[in-house]
Design a protein around this ligand. Structure first.
Ligand code: AVJ
Length: 322
């Protein structure tokens, strides 16, 4: 009899094997957990785009409104610093909406590398961007952005770009490690521009991750849909409920999938038992005051050169210098 796990697994695909290994390891942990990067298959990336259009989800729109002001100031700043061309490297680039204000206002940018785990989504986003900015050299790289990658030193300015508070998915120690790796990758004399969500009223945070249309719930559950489809598991989607809350002590929003009853889930030869009310922890979204983030970046060797706060203080952008 064939093993249902290995038959659905293309052996050549390293990434699929890692997905399987991570899921098994995560579901054997106590408490159970899954990494948020696994939300983003084709459907998951679409759900995330829908979240960004929600009234309750303030981070996307607040940052997008702040970025033109940031970009205009950056343009002046870089003209003072250098006459070289700027190569922007975006980590976890998604649908490439955030880069547009930078490309519109920072005149020295002539090259753009977008790294994202969702390959097909990235390719179409890159093609669309090329229509808007035909002069720009664009590279799309399908990869987990937390892995170090080689970047050729060509005597030009490297500007890392990490918008959307994606850094909030990492625990503070992991964020320091990521920032230190990015500093290594980008090299001496480089810069990094990050969008960071701020600490704020708990009610607003709660609403942002518990939207009334239920899109965030679908996004959260999509990881189970994906595990069923790609790895052949038998999660009953009605057996789990979306939950998100602000953990004040840790300064983060947590997302979980809570088992509505006692149940057993099978994945190939693996069996996972869930108690009633047991959760799978699927995401952390850390929030930082600008000065807290400055301290975090300093631990990775970066100097916070400038920072901007939205008028309503709901979101911040920080420029780091190596
Ligand atoms: C893309 C990680 C920044 O944490 O707000 C949105 C993902 N999760 N709604 C966030 C997310 C639930 C988002 N990040």
């Amino acid at each position: 009899m064939s093993d249902p796990v290995s038959t659905t697994l293309p052996e050549t695909e390293q990434a699929d094997k890692e997905f399987l290994d991570d899921v098994i390891a995560g579901l054997h942990r106590q408490p159970k957990q899954l990494a948020p990067k696994y939300f983003y298959d084709e459907q998951g990336s679409r759900y995330f785009d829908q979240i960004c259009q929600l009234e309750e989800y303030y981070p996307y729109r607040t940052e997008l409104e702040l970025l033109p002001r940031v970009a205009k100031e950056l343009n002046d700043y870089f003209h003072q610093q250098t006459s070289d061309g700027i190569h922007v490297i975006e980590f976890g680039a998604g649908s490439l909406h955030k880069i547009k204000p930078l490309l519109e206002h920072v005149e020295q940018i002539d090259e753009f590398t977008a790294i994202d785990i969702s390959g097909a989504h990235l390719q179409s986003a890159c093609a669309e961007l090329k229509n808007y900015f035909p002069e720009l050299t664009i590279h799309g790289v399908e990869a987990d952005f937390t892995r170090p990658f080689p970047l050729k030193a060509e005597g030009r300015v490297h500007l890392g770009f990490f918008p959307g508070s994606t850094i909030g998915n990492l625990a503070p120690a992991e964020a320091v490690e990521f920032l230190a790796n990015a500093r290594q990758t980008l090299g001496e004399g480089s810069y990094m521009l990050l969008g960071v969500d701020t600490k704020k009223d708990e009610q607003l945070l709660h609403q942002a991750y518990n939207d009334s249309a239920g899109v965030t719930a679908k996004f959260n559950k999509n990881v189970l849909v994906r595990i069923n489809r790609e790895l052949g598991a038998d999660f009953d989607l009605d057996g789990f409920r979306h939950e998100a809350w602000y953990n004040d002590a840790k300064g983060r929003v947590e997302m979980h999938l809570r088992s509505v009853r006692e149940q057993r889930v099978t994945l190939g030869t693996q069996v996972f038992d869930f108690a009633k009310d047991e959760t799978i922890h699927t995401e952390n979204s850390y929030k930082y005051h600008p000065h807290e983030f400055e301290d975090l970046a300093a631990k990775a060797g970066w100097h916070a050169e400038k920072w901007w706060l939205a008028d309503n203080q709901m979101f911040s952008v920080t420029l780091l210098r190596s």
